[in-house]
Design a protein around this ligand. Sequence first.
Ligand SMILES: NC(=O)c1ccc[n+]([C@@H]2O[C@H](COP(=O)([O-])OP(=O)(O)OC[C@H]3O[C@@H](n4cnc5c(N)ncnc54)[C@H](OP(=O)(O)O)[C@@H]3O)[C@@H](O)[C@H]2O)c1
Length: 292
Amino acid sequence: MMKKNESTGRGRTNGIYQVTKDECERCVRDALEVGYRSIDTAQSYFNEEEVGKAIEKSGIDRKEIFLTSKVWIEHFGYEECKKSVLESVEKLRTDYLDLMLLHQPFGDTYGAWRALEELYKEGKLHAIGISNHYTDRMVEFANFTNIKPMVNQMETHPLNQQKTLKEWADKYDIRLEAWAPFGEGRNGLFENEVLKTIGQKYGKTTAQVMLRWHIQRGVIVIPKSVHKERMIENFNVFDFALDENDMNQISQMDTATSAFFSHQDPAMVEWFVKMVEERKSQHDSSKEKKNW
Ligand SMILES: NC(=O)c1ccc[n+]([C@@H]2O[C@H](COP(=O)([O-])OP(=O)(O)OC[C@H]3O[C@@H](n4cnc5c(N)ncnc54)[C@H](OP(=O)(O)O)[C@@H]3O)[C@@H](O)[C@H]2O)c1
């Protein structure tokens, strides 16, 4: 979620990971009605078509919407990436994307990046970036590519603040975008006493305090909710400001540890490899169904 013209987007963002295909169209429609103008999807969420339909049916001018998608690992490498991006553009019923990210730091990311650079130069992609690239990989990528990433989408929330990564991202003029801006509520974040006490001062919820903290740090947020009343709640964060003391208290909550898993854990890398292989074999056996 972000204010108009505040960052890479033109409006406020709703992320739609873990939203089922059936629910997706309704969620995007609700979000657009509430006022969100930025939608974050991905090839691996299998809902680009539903997002495209919801945007088309909304009647909102495409130029008003900031549309992000992400290339999945099996589409890495130059040729595959280029082909898959054009498929995403078609599924999303548009002729350009505002932002395309490389979803994970595995496989032929450099080949894929060359495809994104070309599509960016051709105007099919208005911005290009990476996701889940830890500080060392992000700095490497910024130095060994012709066009450096404009965004790095990373797990970021009060318990995993990405302070070092943000310093380096700022140095390279790469915008940090928070996935799981609430840490999906893990480790009791929505019930956290520090956040509650801060929220009480302003008549705001812990969710609103977290979003406001991200925004004041200059971090782009893409909160996800399937509930319209929560979408409204998450949208209403531009009528108050946290003071320095509030920001310092939240800063101290950092454990610099993922609430999910580490992309640097070799067992997790193998898990991703297995997932890609499984999806590929499902794809090969059901090619005629055109599920991809
Ligand atoms: N690049 C990546 O690898 C990556 C990974 C994960 C996610 N993402 C993107 O980031 C987006 C957000 O991340 P996320 O969905 O993992 O986590 P999140 O936004 O931190 O948390 C979503 C959870 O919080 C709940 N919630 C939302 N607003 C609330 C509120 N005001 N009060 C109480 N509960 C609330 C939602 O429940 P309900 O839906 O039931 O309301 C859902 O369970 C995703 O949708 C996706 O677009 C990217």
